[in-house]
Design a binder for this molecule. Structure first.
Ligand code: HEM
Length: 358
């Protein structure tokens, strides 16, 4: 008689537990994932990033952006690192998608990290985890928050240039468009405002700014939500008809540091991109109060940045037996094998050539 309620209770438990597991995509990620297999992975990544950033402080910003551009396309699976290949499967690299082309940086740094990690723990650490760790380490080295990085992502075996063009938001987007690009990845409005705070450091090319300075929305006038002194300054850096590749700092006072100045700047109409200023200057928007909170309280910004970075790092992750751990971040393993084979064949044939020349 008693067994029926017990069975029902057990069933409910199973449903609840499995329900929770199946809804949380990061159920299998764990900060101690490499505890036994590659215990020093974080310090190895840190060493490389620290060394590179001594000579090139902008690299910290570039690495955080690389992780973002990876996660918004097929999830955080290092698809952004894959090069164009025709065999054994055709891959149209995301690196040539409009938001990445002539824009993303740090691919060589990731390869440097991967080489160092492979030396210590061959075949264990995925390129997707390297990108995620490099982003957190860049935050810390840039003066931002630290966090325990959930690990255990596997690398994808394909890339999508089409999705890179579709999913990555444009700097000319309205607030509604920005919100929907983030919502499509399971990120809410607070995530949008907190993650946009990454524009507290790094650079942008004039090509993304000039229309705001000279001909906003084809009005022949500058963007009215741009402070006039800042406008003059930017015009000096991005002359009308000048090179779109000139670089402008995202932030005036601390261009290589993570702090909450980004939000104070938005309050005085000194956001660099239209998409930045939209967060504060869209009338009646729910993002205004979040910008105010972060501008008034750096701790609140850091706490939210941390939480949103973890959330972004969990988008569409592959775990368990999904995907693979790439040997070389720019190629799926089947391609690496093909390339190894090709190099063995060419070595052998050059040896034959040497033999026959004697
Ligand atoms: C909200 C939508 C976003 C838009 C429209 C946007 C757009 C852009 C653009 C146009 C650039 C300049 C690229 C260039 O000049 O080649 C840039 C740079 C940058 N973005 Fe974003 N971004 C957004 C969100 C994010 C997020 C979520 C992050 C990271 C969490 C991020 C991190 C960065 C960083 C750090 C840079 C500077 C990179 C460097 O100096 O190499 N952005 N972004």
């Amino acid at each position: 008689m008693r067994s029926i309620p017990v069975t029902v209770a057990a069933l409910c438990y199973v449903v609840v537990v499995f329900g929770v597991l199946s809804f949380s995509s990061n159920a299998e990620l764990d900060p101690s994932f490499y505890k036994n297999t590659c215990p020093n992975v974080s310090s190895i990544v840190r060493e490389v990033v620290r060394n590179v950033s001594k000579k090139d402080p902008r690299m910290l910003a570039s690495l955080i952006r690389l992780h973002f551009h990876d996660c918004f396309v097929l999830g955080c699976d290092a698809s952004i690192l894959l090069n164009n290949t025709d065999t054994p499967t055709k891959i149209e690299s995301e690196q040539q998608a409009a938001p990445n082309d002539n824009s993303i940086r740090g691919l060589d740094v990731v390869n440097q990290i991967k080489t160092a990690v492979e030396k210590a723990c061959p075949g264990v650490v995925s390129c997707a985890d390297i990108l995620t760790l490099a982003a957190e380490i860049s935050s810390v080295l840039g003066g931002g928050p630290d966090w325990k990085v959930p690990l255990g992502r596997r690398d994808g075996v394909t890339a999508s240039r089409t999705l890179a063009n579709q999913n990555l938001p444009s700097p000319f987007s309205s607030l509604d468009k920005l919100k929907s690009a983030f919502a499509a990845q399971g990120l809410n409005t607070t995530d949008l405002v907190a993650l946009s705070g990454a524009h507290t450091f790094g650079r942008a090319r004039c090509t993304f700014v000039t229309s705001r300075l000279y001909n906003f929305s084809n009005s022949g006038k500058p963007d009215p939500t741009l402070d006039t002194t800042y406008l003059q300054q930017l015009r000096g850096q991005c002359p009308n008809g000048g090179s779109g590749n000139n670089l402008v700092n995202f932030e005036l006072t601390s261009p290589d540091t993570i702090d909450n100045d980004y939000y104070s700047n938005l309050k005085v109409k000194k956001g660099l991109l239209q998409s930045d200023q939209e967060l504060f200057s869209t009338s009646g928007a729910d993002t205004i109060s979040i910008v105010n909170t972060f501008a008034n309280n750096q701790d609140a910004f850091f706490a939210n940045f941390k939480a949103s970075m973890i959330k972004m790092g969990n988008i569409g992750v592959k775990t368990g037996k999904d995907g693979e751990v790439r040997k070389q971040c720019n190629f799926i393993n089947k391609k690496s094998a093909e390339l190894d084979l090709a190099s063995v064949v060419s070595k052998e044939s050059s040896q034959e050539a040497m033999v026959s020349s004697f």
